[in-house]
Design a protein around this ligand. Structure first.
Ligand code: FAD
Length: 480
């Protein structure tokens, strides 16, 4: 791979009106031409598609808007054990990702055993409730046959798995499943859950969407079925030694074409022969084909000429993206040994959920804490900005656990919704959206092909990104 700095090439003024001028007549002293394929985005899907295409002998270049590679894979290299700000667990059925890890001579560490290492405390109504008091506590709104259970995602997912009407989770986008595309709220009400039970188990530390009303239960049928398959293949949760970013770094290092950083795409225009991609700084790239891996949210800001087909355009503008903020804490003293409670907490405060990070070699020692703040709570923190939000989260933790005072400090903060190149963590589905949009997200638009996690049909996350890259690269190879 060659990193290119083309800032030395003289700038061409660019205005969106230029998008309507003919591609062939556009003259630019700052242009990069004669490519077979230009890949936009140097996340996992973009780099993998670029690798496949260049190995087939095509002249491929990658442009990336950010000043770093990796997109939603971002290992925090400044923290012990390189915890992940983004894509974290590589699961049992991740055949493509595991093959890539092997191809690049990287090694995997299984951190599945961390799951069982600390019990979670319940903080509800803003106060910590002793676990032995939970079953009879006045704030326990669990279904009456499940009073002993702890609230939250694990319990909810168990219920979804038990009640899924899909024979195979892969049927989720078939027309026969359309009738199931209602809201999580309707599904839970049909099971007889009260509003309080739904609020406690779904809307607190929400797993998907902003509320039980705006999230599709069909997307959960897919999710829990897919998760089960991963466990059945092999019940592991790997991460790459040195951080998942190591895979990105290795892929970029071995890529034979050029990679350009800081090239924020602003417009894509095409005629019947070529595509021109225009960046914010005025540079333009001309190629026969474009592979676009930009996530849906930032894709909204790209001007297409001619304009995108209606279904694809509607999907880009209407599909929401999950909001998650991660706050990383260093621990000076193990305050939980002082107050006798577990460091891990499921809370209904602005802290979201607190878990232990166990990032050292043996996977067991606590190397820090992480707060995962989701959905509307993440949106609330985003209105405060990083520094006030960090302070607020720290103070909330110290209020719930006074023993933590002066024993913790914030060492990392990431809002995915505020990251302009991601606009959130992954695509979400509101009731009724799956059948309207899911199959269109990967639709090719003349010479522009789309990949990325949001276009995957059978997988999620990093494996979904890799699946989409293979599908997209094959599509390009067939059409070139
Ligand atoms: C908090 C979090 C936790 C996650 N946990 C897991 C997990 O445990 N397991 C799992 O499998 N997956 C997980 N994921 C999901 C996984 O990280 C993603 O699905 C995957 O990395 C997406 O890859 P991609 O190539 O589709 O998109 P991206 O990695 O987002 O790549 C898109 C690229 O396009 C670039 N770009 C955007 N706009 C422009 C523009 N205008 N011009 C030029 N370039 C642009 C971006 O900078 C980015 O590099 C998680 C993600 C997050 C955020």
């Amino acid at each position: 791979m060659k990193f290119n700095d083309i800032s030395s090439i003289s700038r061409r003024g660019f205005s969106l009106s230029l998008l309507s001028t003919s591609l062939v007549s556009a003259k630019s002293s700052k242009s990069y031409k004669n490519l077979d394929v230009l890949v936009i985005g140097a996340g996992l899907s973009g780099l993998y598609a670029a690798e496949i295409l260049s190995k087939e002998g095509l002249k491929v270049a990658v442009i990336e808007g950010n000043k770093r590679l990796g997109g939603r894979i971002q290992s925090l290299r400044n923290l012990e054990g390189n915890p992940e700000a983004g894509g974290d667990s590589i699961l049992g059925g991740y055949g493509r990702v595991r093959n890539l890890v092997k191809d690049y001579n990287l090694s995997l560490i299984d951190h599945a055993q961390r799951r069982g290492l600390s019990d979670k405390e319940i903080v509800y109504g803003g106060t910590l409730i002793d676990r032995d008091q939970w079953p009879d506590h006045k704030l326990n709104f669990m279904p009456k046959e499940s009073k002993e259970e702890f609230p939250g995602r694990k319990f909810f997912e168990k219920i979804v798995l038990k009640n899924t009407p899909l024979e195979s989770f892969e049927d989720w986008n078939e027309s026969s499943s359309k009738k199931y595309d209602t809201s999580v709220y309707e599904f839970l009400r049909e099971l007889g859950w009260s509003d309080h039970t739904i609020l406690q188990n779904y809307d607190t530390n929400i797993g998907r969407g902003n509320s039980s009303h705006d999230c599709s239960i069909l997307s959960w049928y897919f999710r829990v079925g897919w998760d089960k398959l991963q466990r059945n293949i092999e019940d592991v949760a790997f991460k790459i030694k040195g951080g998942n970013q190591s895979l990105i770094d290795a892929m970029a290092a071995s890529f034979s074409g050029d990679i350009f950083l800081n090239k924020v795409v602003r417009g894509i225009r095409q005629d019947n022969r070529k595509v021109e991609v225009i960046c914010n700084d005025g540079t333009s790239f001309t190629s026969e084909k474009v592979v676009c891996s930009i996530p849906l949210n930032p894709l909204k800001w790209i001007k297409f000429d001619p304009i995108l087909p209606r279904d694809l355009s509607a999907a880009i503008h209407l599909l929401p993206s999950m909001k998650i903020n991660k706050v990383f804490f260093a621990v000076k003293n193990n305050f939980w040994e002082e107050d006798g409670y577990s460091p891990s907490m499921w809370t209904d405060t602005d802290l979201g959920q607190i878990s232990t990070l166990r990032q050292n070699e043996n996977n067991t020692d606590v190397t820090g804490l992480i707060a995962r703040v989701r959905g509307p709570l993440a949106a609330k923190l985003d209105t405060m900005g990083e520094s006030l939000a960090s302070k607020h989260v720290l103070e909330t933790l110290e209020r719930i656990r006074p023993a933590a005072k002066e024993n913790i400090e914030i060492v990392g903060y990431k809002s995915w919704a505020m990251d302009r190149f991601a606009g959130g963590t992954w695509t979400e589905w509101q009731p009724g959206q799956i059948h309207k949009f899911q199959k269109h997200l990967g639709d090719r638009f003349n010479h522009v092909h789309f990949c990325g996690e949001h276009t995957a049909l059978s997988n999620r996350g990093m494996e979904g990104a890799a699946e989409s890259a293979e599908r997209c690269a094959l599509e390009v190879l067939e059409s070139i």
